[in-house]
Design a protein. Sequence first.
Length: 446
Amino acid sequence: MGLFLAGVLALASGARGAPALNIDGNKVVEQLTKLATFTDHPNPAVTRILFTPNDMLGRGYVKELMTDAGLTIREDVMGNIYGRFEGSDPSAGAVLTGSHCDAIPLAGMYDGTLGVIGAIESLSALKKAGFKPKRSLEVMMFTSEEPTRYGLSCLGSRAMAGVLTEETLLHKLDENGTSFLEAANAVGYGAASNPALLEAAIVPKGRYSHFVELHIEQGPLLEAEKVDIGIVTAIAAPAALEVEFHGDGGHAGALLMPFRNDAGLAAAELALAVEKHTLDSGAVDSVGTTGVFEIAPGAVNSVPRDARLGIDIRDIDQARRDKIVESVKASAEEIAKRRKVRFSIKMMNQDPPATCADEIIDAVSEAAETLNLSTKKMVSRAYHDSLFMAKVAPTAMVFIPCHNGWSHRPDEFSSANDIGNGVHVLAVTMAKLSGGEWSGTDKSEL
């Protein structure tokens, strides 16, 4: 369906007299393109690392768009940025939407940013159409969804949910040895201490009634099946392990095979074990990846004496995922014993998956139906701030197609039409969850 046709449909079923929303996907693309110019690498690549000069320029642009949309801006100690459209009942929990604007090295311009820039446009369209929310509506930009600077995803939303710890902040330093607190204080955020930072960042119970995140799918299904909107029903979460094997090494010619304890071969066995244990779960939603595989000294004529593996295991079922993790640990121990190498295992994180809220899933479904857009219920297998916002308020996500499912690369792409559809669905969903009325018409609860 074209953007113009979508734009002239009634806002939502049951909203008597509700005017159409004027949402232009091309306008959102123009704004995303401008945001993409704040990058450490030339476009089309986008690199925007937490609290660096280009990140700060991007933050300034986001606040500029919030101001232009007539939103009231506030920022918290973590650097999360909020824009608020005040409702008639300020004491009621607000309906929140948002995503992130930081970008890993050599990424694209749509991941995360769509859920910020598009969300600002959705609230702007509601204001211009005369919608008067009951619950306030807010859009936010999360701090550091990507793990690039501190090796941990979703710092802003973790802090909001109260699951970011002082120990983590103390031990997670960037490549220059700078702590998050030091970096935040240097750019005008932060607090006097880590405990003060964490206490101030936690969201009080009841502040938000719902959270909805708009995002590109980062997978190929919607495009391949020619579906307009993905409705996320669950969000997978990773368990990340770092495994090291240590042997004695030696000369590749002089050290005979019976006398070797090859750390590289131990690591190779474990990488295959990760695949086996994941497949043995029998579930399509179980995925296991050995994304880091390093051996040392790394010489063709030297038997490897050290090996390091970075392993990522994900599922929407926590018990099933954790069973795979335990199987991998047991294999590491068995391999090390059999190959006479020393080993260590460090759990980097083991976050619980999230189930999306039926009330929001229904609201998104109704919004898409009103706009004559096709939908598919699906699982998010990528990591998002929504995973932690589910601890704060009922949560769900809205996906739009992206070309070939490509993401985290410069040629990441979603069409203006798909973007307009996603922003429109988000706006209708937000209005429905808020409740409210249209100026000049009878009150219509959405």
